[in-house]
Design a protein. Sequence first.
Length: 302
Amino acid sequence: VSAGDLEPDEVALLHEAQAAMACSGSRILAPPGGAAAATGAAPGWSWEVFPAPDPEAEARFLGEAEVPVFTLMSGKAFCPAVTEPRPLTAEDQYPGRVRVRYPSGKRYHVRPQRLVRLYGRTAAEFSSEVEGAAGSHAVGEVREAEAPHRPVVLVCGETNHYRQLARVQPRSGDRVLEVGSDFGHTTVNLAKACLTGHVIALDKSASHVQEAQRCHPALDFRCMDLFSDSAELAQLGPFDSIFVDINGNRALGDVLRAISVLRVTFPSPPRLVVIKSRELHMELDQEVRKLKDSKGRGAVVR
C-alpha cells in the first residue's frame, strides 16, 4: 500500500499499528526465556494479528507463561484452558506442543494450531470467569474495578477466523458492538459467547437488517452507518468489545478510517476491537515476518 493512497491521519494510524505490531512481534519471537525482556510497548493501543504469523514462536511464547486460551476440541467445539510453563529437554515427549490445564484440573499437551489465545485478560481473571467466581456484570455496566488493560486491536483476514474469534473472545456479561452484521451469522456467535451480556449489531443495509431480525428475533439489529451516524452511535456506548467487518476486501483507507471513528466515538476504549480486513492483516503480518527474517540474519530483535 502506498502512503499516497491514504489520508495523513490514516498513515499515522497505520504507522502506529506497525510500530505496535513490531513490539508484539519482538515479544513473540524472543528467544526461550527472553519474552519478558522483549515486552517494550509502543504508545497507544496494542495490535495483534490472527492467526499467529509464526506458529512455532507462538507455541514457545505460550509455553513460557500462564496464558488464557480456548482449545479446539473437535469440529467447532471449544474448551477453556490456561497454558502452563514446562521445562523443555532434548528428550521431550511432546515436542512442539503446549501444556494446558483445564478447569477440571486435568492437563494435556496440545498442538498450538488448536489453541486460540484470549486477549485483554489475565489467566487469573479468565480462571475466575470460568469458575463463576467473578460473576457477570449487569448490562450497561463496564467493569471499571478490574485492573486496566491496554486496548487490543486484533486483525484477521478471513471470515472463518473472524467468526472463530467471535465465539471465544467476548466474556459472559460483555456489551458487544458489531459493525457490519450482514445477515447476523456472526451476531449469533457473539450472543452465545457473551451470554448474559448484550450485542448491538449494526448494518447500513435496511434489507439485511430486516432479514437478520426476521431470522433472529431475539437479537438486537439496527440500521446504522458507522461513518454517518457516529453521533447517534456514541449514545449506545460504552462497549467491552467491538467487532468490525465492513467487507474483508474493503480498501485499507476505509478500514483505518473506521478504526479512527470508533476511537473518537468511544473515548472510553473497549477492551478489545476485532477487525476483519485482508489488506490490514497483510500489512501487519508482514511486520512480524520482517522481524523474523532480520532475526534469522543475526540481527538483534528489540
